[in-house]
Design a protein around this ligand. Structure first.
Ligand code: CA
Length: 487
């Protein structure tokens, strides 16, 4: 009897060990299979200002790796042609006009509506219950009110700034907080934030952000993570350090030379990020997306190639951006994808691929791109895409190769297959098509809200002219000019 009991106990012990081993193997499988997500977002970068879209003067060998080892989107769009609303769409996977994010938000920290409303969930908030750790490194621009800042909106770590742009050199970060802002765009001069704490830096801003991104990856290498690297480069002010300017001495135009150097700094940072992933052995388990938040701007010497228009336009140059995605061994390498896709799709893609349940959430406007890229699904991810620009009294619709634009009283129709440069308005010949696209727009517009907050320029006065300009310039000259102003 005793022997039998002993035998049973031994059996139980072995069985229990087997179960434990099985569980830890299952956990391991789960951990290694939950993909990390890194979004690298640049600011006001032109469609052609990456090697993978044919840039000849600016070299981006590291950014190009993402396209070379992944998929390049030739018709990759953002949901708005300027920073704030475009980012609100990207982060929520929903058209930002659905929740009144219709312009760049005011920087006034007393306004509780000046960002993504708490009724909407962003990528970090959605991935958190699935065990993700999230960080934003760089530009937030999604609200300055204490309840709207990154750490209150699902991000475990924040290193950067709240404003839509920033000075790049540490010696120009002279304001301690938004309370010190006296004139418009002084907020470009605030010290950086690490979570809720103001911190000092001694590096050129783009380098600083890249280093913090690498540090975060190293810290979180064993956890599923979402890293949102929101560079403010190459947004104005045009400021680059000597290290990067030295690479572009042959570019005669000073603005273009500085812009090229700023892009080059981002490219080095992307190289550091990709190298880190490889060294840590997590590069095949990390989905990396690269894009710009809108098309190249008129004021930063960017190049949208043959696309018409710039930042703030609904022409292709405003909303079609450099866009590529890499997921080693998961999506094809070195392939071009030509169907229209959107920044709204990034959230939908990661939740589908990580099996995150969002059935209780508001419906997404984006779709999971992976089955389309891998050819499992045929056809276009989007039957139709929309843009609304209230301030410019304009809107746009793309369905297949047909694009309709309404700019105040003018109706424009383009066939993007034959005319991606948008040079021939065929509205007069395509009256029926124009009517059908307008009708689709009106249906979509009926689901949207009006502006939820005051626009960016509504807070603080302009700096008086006799006190000199303090924005868009960094040089020692401008520092001297403004001596005493920012104290
Ligand atoms: Ca922008």
């Amino acid at each position: 009897m005793k022997n039998n009991l002993k035998f049973i106990l031994i059996l139980l012990a072995v069985f229990s060990q087997c179960i434990q081993a099985k569980n830890s193997a299952a956990d391991l499988t789960k951990v290694t299979k939950t993909p990390n997500l890194i979004i690298i977002l640049t600011d006001d970068q032109g469609y052609k200002d990456v090697g993978f879209n044919g840039s000849t003067d600016i070299k981006t060998p590291n950014i190009d790796i993402i396209a070379k080892e992944g998929t390049r989107f030739t018709n990759g769009y953002v949901s708005y042609p300027v920073c704030g609303p475009s980012r609100a769409g990207l982060l929520t996977g929903r058209y930002q006009d659905r929740f009144g994010f219709t312009s760049n938000p005011t920087m006034d920290p007393s306004i509780a509506q000046n960002g993504i409303p708490t009724t909407e969930k962003n990528i970090a908030e959605i991935l958190k219950p699935a065990g993700y750790t999230s960080a934003i490194i760089g530009k937030w621009h999604m609200g300055t009110h204490p309840e709207l800042r990154p750490n209150k909106r699902g991000f475990d770590y924040f290193y950067g700034f709240l404003s839509g742009g920033h000075q790049y050199f540490p010696q120009d970060l002279t304001l301690n907080d938004l309370d010190d802002v006296k004139y418009k765009y002084d907020w470009y001069r605030t010290r950086l934030l690490e979570n809720e704490q103001r911190v000092d830096t001694d590096e050129y801003l783009t380098d600083e952000l890249s280093h913090e991104a690498v540090n975060f990856i190293k810290r979180e290498k064993d956890n599923p993570f979402f890293l949102y690297v929101a560079y403010n480069a190459p947004h104005t002010p045009l400021q680059a350090s000597e290290k990067y300017l030295a690479r572009y001495q042959h570019i005669k135009d000073k603005k273009r030379r500085t812009y090229a150097a700023m892009v080059s700094a981002v490219d080095d940072g992307v190289g550091d990020i990709l190298t880190t992933l490889k060294e840590l052995g997590i590069d095949d388990n990390t989905l990396v997306v690269f894009l710009s938040d809108n098309g190249g701007a008129r004021n930063n010497a960017s190049d949208n190639g043959e696309l018409r228009g710039h930042k703030n336009d609904l022409f292709e140059g405003g909303v079609r951006v450099p866009f590529a995605m890499r997921w080693l061994n998961k999506i094809p390498a070195g392939v071009d994808y030509h169907q229209p896709i959107s920044s709204l799709d990034i959230l939908a893609t990661i939740v589908a691929q990580a099996n995150v349940d969002i059935s209780e959430n508001k419906p997404l406007d984006g779709v999971d791109l992976i089955p389309y890229i891998t050819n499992e699904k045929k056809g276009s991810p989007h039957e139709i895409l929309f843009w609304r620009h209230l301030k410019a009294k304009s809107h746009a619709v793309r369905r297949g190769d047909d694009k309709l634009m309404q700019v105040k009283q003018d109706t424009l129709v383009f066939d993007l297959d034959e005319d991606f440069r948008e040079s021939k308005n065929v509205a007069d010949k395509q009256i029926e098509k124009a009517g059908s696209l307008q009708k689709a727009y009106q249906q979509w517009e009926s689901e949207l809200q009006g502006p939820a907050f005051p626009y960016l320029g509504s807070w603080k006065k302009n700096r008086p002219k006799n006190q000199g300009k303090n924005r868009n310039k960094n040089t020692n000259k401008s520092k001297k000019k403004n001596k005493g102003v920012n104290k």
